[in-house]
Ligand binder design. Structure first.
Ligand SMILES: [Zn+2]
Ligand SMILES: [Zn+2]
Length: 410
């Protein structure tokens, strides 16, 4: 109870002092707003605001734990769903560590079966190993490795949006989500009217879903075996889009490949390693895929599949295709961390540091009793790991631990 009171107080402070920093969303008057209220623990939806000052006042008076707005634009954003009058929507992407395999293997996460109470650490299983239940309570953690993986996926996505789809970098907005990932939002006129099917096509493209390339071309070649005998059956990857990405990825794979790497993708002949130069120039550049002895078309397929996995961007696919999605608002606090959703220029993706730049609470300390927390870093200081101890921490660290259910105020 004291902990909830503490969080309420801190969030209220933030919104009464800093709500001027909450930036105005594009075409604000056409968006639906939603709030999770801290005190009432209730979701309020279908709100609309004509002016940013009204929204800022709402934030400081109502103190939500989470603030959302629609990606969609409506004629009447405060009406019921089917009476809103959809006018279009931004193209949004959600990259969340939950959907990405990470180096940490998520050992910092905990899950408890909602049916029998069996608990474990790491990635939440599909079904409970004891009772077969499918509902779990999870305790996650925004770890550096998780966020770095999410960032790598975001880099790939932004690169595709710029180079393959041709969006200008100023049309692509990039945000730290405030928790375990990044949001990418395209607000260009060209995407506004895309329907769910068209958005699904874009999702498939960035995830590399249904990418045929080598598979198709190779089978075509066996059918027309005559072309192969004449030596004119060559095909090559051209220099645009996925073709280019595959080609560059395959080159990189071959240049660095070891026997272990080959085995890992299911290739048992090491001929490729002894003839790297010939493989690169004849097969990859000229497209004569089976021109090096011991390197078969099947070898290339395996490499292509592996490279596709590496080069595709792992996004949460349902977010992009939902035409009515509510997404967290820029400049507001995340109820699970007390960190900010924060926009930054796409060029700064590699250097952006969420554990410094998204910190909202910069003053004061609080004494907390911590049950369990991994080591973490905030505003340049390292904390923890903690286990059953009391500590006096800077406000931001205390808020994070309390929001994550790892500590209580003393
Ligand atoms: Zn169970
Ligand atoms: Zn992690």
């Amino acid at each position: 109870m004291a902990s909830r009171e503490f969080i309420y107080e801190k969030f209220a402070d933030y919104y009464s002092n800093s709500s001027l920093n909450v930036p105005q969303p594009t075409l604000m008057g056409q968006r639906e707003f939603g709030f999770l209220l801290l005190k009432e623990r209730a979701m309020v939806r279908h709100k609309s605001f004509m002016e940013i000052k009204d929204l800022r006042r709402f934030l400081s008076e109502n103190v939500p734990s989470d603030v959302y707005h629609s990606c969609a634009y409506y004629e009447n954003p405060s009406f019921e769903m089917d009476k809103k009058g959809w006018l279009g929507a931004d193209l949004v992407f959600d990259i969340d560590a939950d959907h990405i395999p990470t180096l940490c293997n998520k050992i910092h996460d905990e899950w408890t079966c909602g049916k029998c109470g069996f608990a474990g650490k790491g990635i939440t299983p599909e079904t409970c190993p004891v009772c077969g239940g499918v509902k779990f309570d999870t305790k996650t953690w925004p770890c550096e490795l998780c966020l770095n993986s999410a960032k790598e996926e975001t880099v790939k996505l932004v690169d595709m949006l710029e180079k393959d789809f041709g969006f200008a970098s100023k049309e692509i907005r990039v945000f730290f989500s405030g928790h375990r990932g990044y949001h990418v939002q395209v607000e260009a006129e060209a995407v506004r009217m895309l329907d769910a099917m068209a958005r699904k096509e874009i999702v498939d493209y960035v995830s590399g879903l249904g990418l045929a390339l080598l598979e198709e071309q190779a089978s075509e070649k066996t059918v027309t075996g005559r072309r192969r005998r004449r030596g004119s059956g060559s095909f090559s990857l051209h220099d645009f889009g996925w073709n280019k990405r595959l080609k560059a990825g395959m080159r990189k794979f071959i240049l660095n490949a070891t026997k272990d790497d080959l085995r890992a993708v299911g290739i048992r002949s090491y001929a490729l390693l002894q003839n790297k130069d010939a493989v690169l120039s004849r097969c990859l550049e000229e497209g004569r895929w089976d021109s090096v002895k011991g390197v078969s078309v099947e070898t290339w397929r395996r490499i292509a599949r592996h490279v596709k996995e590496l080069e595709s961007a792992k996004i949460d696919t349902v977010v992009t295709t939902d035409l009515h999605r509510l997404i967290r608002m820029d400049g507001t606090l995340h109820g699970k961390t007390g960190l900010l959703k924060k926009e930054f220029p796409a060029e700064r993706l590699t250097s952006f540091d969420p554990f410094v730049e998204a910190v909202a609470f910069k003053e004061g300390t609080a004494k907390v009793s911590i049950s369990d927390a991994p080591e973490f870093r905030l505003s340049g200081k390292v904390f923890g790991p903690y286990r059953n101890e009391v500590a006096e921490l800077p406000t931001a660290a205390a808020v994070l631990l309390i929001c994550k259910g790892r500590a209580e105020v003393v």
